[in-house]
Design a protein around this ligand. Structure first.
Ligand code: A2P
Length: 273
Protein backbone atom coordinates (compact mmCIF):
# COMPACT_ATOMS: atom_id res chain seq x y z
CA UNK A 1 0.00 0.00 0.00
CA UNK A 2 1.54 3.32 -1.07
CA UNK A 3 0.93 5.83 1.61
CA UNK A 4 3.22 8.46 3.01
CA UNK A 5 2.74 10.18 6.28
CA UNK A 6 1.36 13.63 5.77
CA UNK A 7 -1.41 15.03 7.85
CA UNK A 8 -4.81 15.32 6.27
CA UNK A 9 -4.46 19.08 6.12
CA UNK A 10 -1.58 19.02 3.66
CA UNK A 11 -2.53 18.85 -0.01
CA UNK A 12 0.80 18.79 -1.77
CA UNK A 13 1.00 19.95 -5.36
CA UNK A 14 3.08 16.81 -5.97
CA UNK A 15 -0.14 14.77 -5.87
CA UNK A 16 -2.50 15.97 -8.58
CA UNK A 17 -6.20 15.09 -8.34
CA UNK A 18 -6.68 11.72 -10.07
CA UNK A 19 -9.13 11.53 -12.97
CA UNK A 20 -12.65 10.28 -12.23
CA UNK A 21 -12.50 11.87 -8.79
CA UNK A 22 -14.02 14.99 -7.26
CA UNK A 23 -11.86 17.05 -4.88
CA UNK A 24 -14.27 18.57 -2.35
CA UNK A 25 -13.88 20.87 0.62
CA UNK A 26 -14.73 19.88 4.19
CA UNK A 27 -17.42 22.19 5.58
CA UNK A 28 -17.98 20.70 9.05
CA UNK A 29 -16.51 18.06 11.36
CA UNK A 30 -18.10 16.77 14.57
CA UNK A 31 -16.53 14.22 16.88
CA UNK A 32 -18.83 12.12 19.06
CA UNK A 33 -16.50 9.71 20.82
CA UNK A 34 -12.89 8.66 20.40
CA UNK A 35 -14.19 6.14 17.87
CA UNK A 36 -16.87 8.08 15.97
CA UNK A 37 -17.18 11.29 13.97
CA UNK A 38 -19.22 12.87 11.23
CA UNK A 39 -18.13 15.29 8.50
CA UNK A 40 -19.67 17.19 5.64
CA UNK A 41 -18.16 18.20 2.31
CA UNK A 42 -19.23 20.42 -0.56
CA UNK A 43 -21.33 18.73 -3.22
CA UNK A 44 -20.23 18.92 -6.85
CA UNK A 45 -23.05 20.26 -9.02
CA UNK A 46 -22.87 17.23 -11.32
CA UNK A 47 -22.94 14.61 -8.53
CA UNK A 48 -26.19 12.66 -8.39
CA UNK A 49 -26.95 9.67 -6.16
CA UNK A 50 -29.89 7.70 -4.82
CA UNK A 51 -30.48 7.94 -1.06
CA UNK A 52 -28.87 4.90 0.59
CA UNK A 53 -25.98 4.55 -1.87
CA UNK A 54 -22.28 4.56 -1.06
CA UNK A 55 -19.26 6.14 -2.71
CA UNK A 56 -15.49 5.65 -2.48
CA UNK A 57 -13.64 8.38 -0.60
CA UNK A 58 -9.96 9.09 0.01
CA UNK A 59 -7.48 11.83 0.89
CA UNK A 60 -5.03 13.64 -1.38
CA UNK A 61 -2.08 12.52 0.76
CA UNK A 62 -0.43 10.03 -1.57
CA UNK A 63 0.22 9.42 -5.23
CA UNK A 64 -2.14 6.47 -5.01
CA UNK A 65 -4.68 7.47 -2.39
CA UNK A 66 -6.35 4.81 -0.27
CA UNK A 67 -10.11 4.72 -0.95
CA UNK A 68 -12.81 3.20 1.22
CA UNK A 69 -16.54 2.76 0.62
CA UNK A 70 -18.64 5.19 2.64
CA UNK A 71 -22.40 5.33 2.72
CA UNK A 72 -23.69 8.80 2.00
CA UNK A 73 -25.54 9.88 5.14
CA UNK A 74 -27.20 12.96 3.65
CA UNK A 75 -30.35 12.76 1.55
CA UNK A 76 -30.19 13.17 -2.23
CA UNK A 77 -31.74 16.68 -2.04
CA UNK A 78 -29.09 18.07 0.34
CA UNK A 79 -26.66 20.74 -0.87
CA UNK A 80 -23.75 19.06 0.91
CA UNK A 81 -22.60 15.47 1.36
CA UNK A 82 -22.42 13.99 4.85
CA UNK A 83 -20.49 10.94 6.07
CA UNK A 84 -20.47 9.18 9.44
CA UNK A 85 -17.23 7.37 10.20
CA UNK A 86 -15.47 5.16 12.63
CA UNK A 87 -11.86 5.92 13.59
CA UNK A 88 -9.77 2.82 13.18
CA UNK A 89 -6.38 2.94 14.96
CA UNK A 90 -3.80 2.47 12.19
CA UNK A 91 -6.60 2.21 9.59
CA UNK A 92 -5.03 3.15 6.23
CA UNK A 93 -7.69 5.81 5.59
CA UNK A 94 -9.38 6.62 8.89
CA UNK A 95 -6.09 7.19 10.71
CA UNK A 96 -5.74 10.32 8.53
CA UNK A 97 -9.41 11.04 7.88
CA UNK A 98 -10.14 11.47 11.59
CA UNK A 99 -7.79 14.50 11.58
CA UNK A 100 -9.57 16.46 8.84
CA UNK A 101 -10.70 19.99 9.55
CA UNK A 102 -12.95 22.50 7.88
CA UNK A 103 -11.32 23.69 4.64
CA UNK A 104 -9.39 20.46 3.97
CA UNK A 105 -9.80 18.47 0.77
CA UNK A 106 -11.48 15.06 0.53
CA UNK A 107 -11.47 12.99 -2.66
CA UNK A 108 -14.67 11.33 -3.78
CA UNK A 109 -14.94 8.95 -6.74
CA UNK A 110 -17.61 10.02 -9.17
CA UNK A 111 -19.77 6.90 -9.26
CA UNK A 112 -22.07 6.09 -6.34
CA UNK A 113 -23.58 2.60 -6.05
CA UNK A 114 -25.38 0.31 -3.62
CA UNK A 115 -28.30 -1.95 -2.87
CA UNK A 116 -29.87 -0.15 0.11
CA UNK A 117 -32.11 1.76 -2.26
CA UNK A 118 -35.82 2.00 -2.84
CA UNK A 119 -35.49 0.46 -6.30
CA UNK A 120 -34.46 -2.87 -4.74
CA UNK A 121 -37.48 -3.12 -2.42
CA UNK A 122 -41.10 -3.91 -3.23
CA UNK A 123 -43.58 -1.45 -1.72
CA UNK A 124 -45.04 -2.42 1.67
CA UNK A 125 -46.78 -1.07 4.74
CA UNK A 126 -43.77 -0.91 7.02
CA UNK A 127 -40.02 -0.73 6.40
CA UNK A 128 -37.49 -1.75 9.04
CA UNK A 129 -34.01 -0.24 8.78
CA UNK A 130 -31.72 -2.41 10.89
CA UNK A 131 -28.38 -0.84 11.79
CA UNK A 132 -25.46 -1.33 14.15
CA UNK A 133 -22.65 1.16 14.79
CA UNK A 134 -21.86 3.36 11.76
CA UNK A 135 -24.25 1.20 9.74
CA UNK A 136 -26.86 3.86 10.54
CA UNK A 137 -25.30 6.11 7.84
CA UNK A 138 -27.31 5.02 4.76
CA UNK A 139 -30.49 5.21 6.83
CA UNK A 140 -29.62 8.77 7.84
CA UNK A 141 -29.98 9.44 4.12
CA UNK A 142 -33.10 7.33 3.57
CA UNK A 143 -35.13 8.61 6.53
CA UNK A 144 -34.68 12.16 5.20
CA UNK A 145 -35.85 11.19 1.71
CA UNK A 146 -39.53 11.96 0.96
CA UNK A 147 -39.70 8.83 -1.24
CA UNK A 148 -39.39 6.71 1.92
CA UNK A 149 -42.67 8.16 3.21
CA UNK A 150 -44.35 7.92 -0.18
CA UNK A 151 -43.54 4.23 -0.33
CA UNK A 152 -44.17 3.18 3.30
CA UNK A 153 -46.71 4.11 5.99
CA UNK A 154 -44.31 3.29 8.83
CA UNK A 155 -40.53 3.54 9.05
CA UNK A 156 -38.79 1.77 11.92
CA UNK A 157 -35.12 2.62 12.37
CA UNK A 158 -33.32 0.29 14.73
CA UNK A 159 -29.84 1.19 15.93
CA UNK A 160 -27.78 -1.04 18.20
CA UNK A 161 -24.41 -0.05 19.63
CA UNK A 162 -22.16 -1.34 22.33
CA UNK A 163 -22.48 1.80 24.48
CA UNK A 164 -25.01 4.58 25.05
CA UNK A 165 -22.77 7.43 23.86
CA UNK A 166 -22.53 5.74 20.45
CA UNK A 167 -26.26 6.34 19.97
CA UNK A 168 -25.82 10.15 19.91
CA UNK A 169 -25.54 10.55 16.14
CA UNK A 170 -28.84 8.70 15.60
CA UNK A 171 -30.61 10.59 18.38
CA UNK A 172 -29.56 13.98 16.99
CA UNK A 173 -30.46 12.87 13.51
CA UNK A 174 -34.02 11.89 14.37
CA UNK A 175 -34.61 14.95 16.54
CA UNK A 176 -33.37 17.34 13.86
CA UNK A 177 -35.28 15.52 11.15
CA UNK A 178 -38.55 15.95 13.01
CA UNK A 179 -37.84 19.70 13.21
CA UNK A 180 -36.99 19.90 9.49
CA UNK A 181 -39.58 21.88 7.51
CA UNK A 182 -39.36 19.64 4.45
CA UNK A 183 -39.37 16.11 5.90
CA UNK A 184 -40.48 16.67 9.51
CA UNK A 185 -44.15 16.79 8.75
CA UNK A 186 -44.02 13.67 6.62
CA UNK A 187 -42.08 11.71 9.23
CA UNK A 188 -44.13 12.81 12.25
CA UNK A 189 -45.90 9.84 13.81
CA UNK A 190 -44.55 7.50 11.13
CA UNK A 191 -40.82 7.35 11.86
CA UNK A 192 -39.96 5.25 14.93
CA UNK A 193 -36.46 5.14 16.37
CA UNK A 194 -35.65 1.99 18.35
CA UNK A 195 -32.19 2.23 19.94
CA UNK A 196 -30.55 -0.47 22.04
CA UNK A 197 -27.14 -1.07 23.58
CA UNK A 198 -25.45 -4.36 24.35
CA UNK A 199 -22.65 -3.61 26.79
CA UNK A 200 -24.16 -1.16 29.26
CA UNK A 201 -27.34 -0.84 31.30
CA UNK A 202 -30.03 1.09 29.35
CA UNK A 203 -33.80 1.09 29.07
CA UNK A 204 -33.51 -1.07 25.95
CA UNK A 205 -30.76 -3.63 25.66
CA UNK A 206 -29.82 -6.54 23.43
CA UNK A 207 -28.86 -7.45 19.89
CA UNK A 208 -31.58 -6.76 17.35
CA UNK A 209 -31.49 -10.37 16.16
CA UNK A 210 -32.31 -11.62 19.67
CA UNK A 211 -35.02 -8.97 20.13
CA UNK A 212 -36.65 -10.06 16.87
CA UNK A 213 -36.52 -13.75 17.67
CA UNK A 214 -37.90 -13.29 21.20
CA UNK A 215 -40.63 -11.01 19.86
CA UNK A 216 -39.64 -8.23 22.28
CA UNK A 217 -38.99 -5.81 19.40
CA UNK A 218 -42.59 -6.17 18.21
CA UNK A 219 -44.04 -5.99 21.72
CA UNK A 220 -42.08 -2.81 22.44
CA UNK A 221 -43.21 -1.23 19.17
CA UNK A 222 -46.78 -2.49 19.44
CA UNK A 223 -46.71 -4.03 15.96
CA UNK A 224 -47.37 -7.58 14.74
CA UNK A 225 -44.34 -9.81 14.05
CA UNK A 226 -42.69 -9.36 10.64
CA UNK A 227 -44.51 -10.91 7.68
CA UNK A 228 -43.67 -10.79 3.95
CA UNK A 229 -47.16 -9.44 3.20
CA UNK A 230 -46.63 -6.10 4.95
CA UNK A 231 -43.00 -5.74 6.04
CA UNK A 232 -39.76 -4.83 4.31
CA UNK A 233 -36.20 -4.76 5.70
CA UNK A 234 -32.92 -3.00 5.01
CA UNK A 235 -29.77 -4.10 6.85
CA UNK A 236 -26.46 -2.34 7.44
CA UNK A 237 -23.76 -3.29 9.94
CA UNK A 238 -20.76 -5.56 10.39
CA UNK A 239 -20.41 -8.72 8.31
CA UNK A 240 -21.55 -10.88 11.25
CA UNK A 241 -24.55 -8.64 11.91
CA UNK A 242 -25.55 -8.68 8.22
CA UNK A 243 -25.37 -12.44 8.14
CA UNK A 244 -27.39 -12.98 11.30
CA UNK A 245 -30.02 -10.32 10.59
CA UNK A 246 -30.50 -11.65 7.06
CA UNK A 247 -31.04 -15.12 8.52
CA UNK A 248 -33.59 -13.76 11.01
CA UNK A 249 -35.54 -12.01 8.24
CA UNK A 250 -35.51 -15.17 6.15
CA UNK A 251 -36.99 -17.03 9.12
CA UNK A 252 -39.89 -14.53 8.94
CA UNK A 253 -40.29 -15.41 5.24
CA UNK A 254 -38.69 -12.33 3.70
CA UNK A 255 -36.68 -12.66 0.47
CA UNK A 256 -33.54 -10.72 -0.47
CA UNK A 257 -33.91 -8.24 -3.34
CA UNK A 258 -31.54 -6.38 -5.65
CA UNK A 259 -31.65 -3.46 -8.07
CA UNK A 260 -32.61 -5.87 -10.89
CA UNK A 261 -35.00 -7.95 -8.85
CA UNK A 262 -36.75 -6.03 -6.06
CA UNK A 263 -38.00 -8.16 -3.15
CA UNK A 264 -38.72 -7.83 0.57
CA UNK A 265 -35.30 -7.07 2.10
CA UNK A 266 -31.87 -5.72 1.12
CA UNK A 267 -28.40 -5.94 2.67
CA UNK A 268 -25.33 -3.71 2.53
CA UNK A 269 -21.89 -4.23 3.94
CA UNK A 270 -20.90 -1.35 6.20
CA UNK A 271 -17.59 -0.07 4.88
CA UNK A 272 -14.28 0.66 6.58
CA UNK A 273 -11.81 -1.76 8.08
P1 A2P B 1 -22.39 -7.15 21.04
O1 A2P B 1 -21.93 -6.10 22.00
O2 A2P B 1 -23.24 -8.22 21.67
O3 A2P B 1 -21.25 -7.72 20.22
P2 A2P B 1 -19.54 -3.89 16.56
O4 A2P B 1 -18.97 -2.62 17.10
O5 A2P B 1 -18.81 -5.13 16.98
O6 A2P B 1 -19.84 -3.84 15.09
O7 A2P B 1 -20.98 -4.02 17.27
C1 A2P B 1 -21.95 -3.04 17.18
C2 A2P B 1 -23.21 -3.59 17.77
O8 A2P B 1 -23.67 -4.68 16.97
C3 A2P B 1 -23.00 -4.16 19.18
O9 A2P B 1 -24.10 -3.76 19.96
C4 A2P B 1 -22.96 -5.64 18.93
O10 A2P B 1 -23.41 -6.42 20.01
C5 A2P B 1 -23.90 -5.81 17.78
N1 A2P B 1 -23.60 -7.02 17.01
C6 A2P B 1 -22.38 -7.53 16.76
N2 A2P B 1 -22.47 -8.67 16.04
C7 A2P B 1 -23.79 -8.88 15.84
C8 A2P B 1 -24.51 -9.91 15.17
N3 A2P B 1 -23.89 -10.94 14.59
N4 A2P B 1 -25.86 -9.81 15.15
C9 A2P B 1 -26.49 -8.79 15.74
N5 A2P B 1 -25.85 -7.80 16.41
C10 A2P B 1 -24.51 -7.84 16.45
Amino acid sequence: MTEISLTATETPAAFPIPTGVFAETVTEVQHYTDRLFRFRITRPASFRFRSGEFVMIGLPNAEKPVYRAYSIASPSWDEEIEFYSIKVPDGPLTEHLQKIREGDTVLMRKKPTGTLVHDALLPGKRVYMFSTGTGIAPFASLIRDPETYEKFDEVILTHTCREIEELTYGENLVRELLEDPLVGEMAAGRLRHYATVTREAYHQTGRITDLMRSGKLFEDLGVPPITPETDRGMICGSMAMLHDTKQALEEFGLVEGSNNKPASFVVERAFVD
